[in-house]
Design a protein around this ligand. Structure first.
Ligand SMILES: NC(=O)c1ccc[n+]([C@@H]2O[C@H](COP(=O)([O-])OP(=O)(O)OC[C@H]3O[C@@H](n4cnc5c(N)ncnc54)[C@H](O)[C@@H]3O)[C@@H](O)[C@H]2O)c1
Ligand SMILES: N[C@H](CO)Cc1c[nH]c[nH+]1
Ligand SMILES: [Zn+2]
Length: 425
């Protein structure tokens, strides 16, 4: 891990850099695959499944008997855990749908806004190195609450050409409409353009590796909406002397184990904590099943000592992490001063992995510094908001001079006329 002691703020830009791939080569490769899928549909999708997932499939549709098999085979304890998490996610998200509020802006002019679910949405569920079935709950539950009619799900097949039973169980539990065994760029392309079997959708959601991220960005340029750039997971822990080294180490490792391009960050006002956390990381890492992946990610990661809590807050805001854990004495007060983060975890007993699975908040969050401008997925991500207005004659008469003055000043006489013809009578 890279350790910094009281770096000068002029060095911060360098410190907060995320690990990157050569994006020119990446874009070229991904755009070639997308073009092939647009031109050749299912045949191209199956070809890339064979090439990138090393599995030969005749077709990629998940059947009802495969779903039933998964429901029957999944241990009851895991089913209960998924149900508990789903209930909390439902509770947290259902209050996000606000009732319609009609506003009389002037006598005789009433305006309001109505949320309408996006009809067809596509969910990408990562599955390259771990079957992230928790992501299904995070996407499909708000989609249902929003009123989306068709929810399509794609996730990469394993080497036996199957999806993990927990993916099928979770998808079935929350009412996903159709499930396909397709991963990576080929999944994003299929949902963006539509194939003979995979429906075209209006908006694509879900995190993924650099290939998935790049494909989402390219199809957005081609006119299909996406949720946000949610890439390799990251966590920043902001800690003072009250933090517990073993807790901090466990939190850092929990995101480091996602993959080699994940990044974890510790900003501490306690110099001694950096050494203690490194010792703990070495101890905990040694027995992790995904030690190799976590180790690679730790090479991208940074531990930083700063001598004031204000510098710690400023650096965290500049880094704009996907997740921020505040293990400090006045965690809530510090949390109030954070302006750039996807999701914040307060105090020593709020591990980030609880938010990943079960507390109810959404784990599909902006990474790579996008938390400066984006929010995580919510019910809002699955709706369009249509505005309405109804004017009575009196309302139009009272606002006429305002509209006419502005329209004529913009040189748009026809705009002005649309009002004039109505009040002339
Ligand atoms: N930000 C978030 O909210 C969030 C949430 C969950 C997971 N994640 C991130 O999602 C990612 C999941 O990555 P993953 O790899 O495990 O699964 P993935 O499903 O994103 O990617 C697997 C697919 O990548 C494609 N692929 C692999 N190597 C390729 C190559 N050389 N060329 C072209 N395509 C290739 C394959 O088609 C494969 O199906 C991790 O980086 C994790 O950190 C982020
Ligand atoms: N930490 C991931 C978001 O960055 C979400 C996740 C799913 N499973 C475990 N973790
Ligand atoms: Zn995670």
């Amino acid at each position: 891990m890279n350790v910094y002691y009281q770096p000068n703020p002029s060095e911060w830009d360098e410190i907060i850099k995320r690990p990157t791939l050569d994006t020119t080569a990446l874009k070229e490769k991904v755009s070639g695959v997308l073009q092939d899928i647009q031109a050749n549909g299912d045949q191209a999708v199956l070809k890339y499944t064979s090439l990138f997932d090393q599995v030969e499939l005749d077709n990629n549709v998940v059947t009802t008997s495969e779903i039933q098999e998964a429901v029957d085979s999944l241990p009851e304890e895991l089913k209960a855990a998924i149900q508990k998490a789903a209930a909390n996610i439902q509770k947290f998200h259902e209050v996000q749908l606000q009732p319609i509020e009609k506003i009389e802006v002037m006598p005789g002019i009433v305006c309001w806004r109505k949320s309408v679910g996006i009809e067809k949405v596509g969910l990408y569920i990562p599955g390259g190195s771990a079957p992230l079935f928790s992501t299904i709950l995070m996407l499909a539950i708000p989609a249902k609450i929003a009123g989306c009619k068709e929810i399509i799900l794609c996730s990469p097949p394993n080497k036996s050409g199957k999806l993990h039973p927990a993916i099928l169980y979770a998808a079935n539990l929350v009412g996903v409409t159709k499930i396909f065994k397709v991963g990576g760029v080929q999944a994003i392309g299929a949902m963006a353009f539509g194939t003979e079997t995979i429906p075209k959708v209006s908006k694509i959601f879900g995190p993924g590796n650099q290939f998935v991220m790049c494909a989402k960005q390219l199809i957005q340029e081609a006119g299909v909406a996406i949720d946000m750039p949610a890439g390799p997971s990251e966590v920043c822990v902001l800690a003072d002397a009250t933090a517990v080294p073993s807790f901090v180490a466990a939190d850092l490792l929990s995101q480091a184990e996602h993959g080699p391009d994940s990044q974890v960050f510790l900003i501490s006002t306690d110099k001694a904590l950096l050494d203690k956390v490194q010792t703990e990381i070495a101890k905990q890492l040694a027995v992790l099943p995904r030690k190799d992946l976590a180790e690679k990610s730790l090479n991208n990661s940074k531990l930083i000592y700063v001598d004031s809590i204000q510098d710690a807050i400023d650096l965290a805001n500049k880094y704009a992490p996907e997740h921020l854990i505040i293990s400090c004495e006045n965690a809530e007060n510090i949390g109030e001063q954070i302006i750039n983060a996807g999701s914040i975890f307060l105090g020593n007993y709020s591990p980030e992995s609880v938010g990943d699975y079960a507390s109810g908040t959404n784990h599909t969050l902006p990474t790579n510094g996008y938390a400066t401008a984006y929010s995580g997925v919510s019910v809002d991500s699955f709706v369009k908001k249509i505005t309405f207005q109804k004017l009575e004659t009196k309302g139009l008469e009272d606002i006429a001079s305002t509209v006419i003055a502005m329209a004529e000043a913009e040189g748009l006489q026809a705009h002005a006329n649309a009002v004039k013809v109505r009040i002339a009578k």
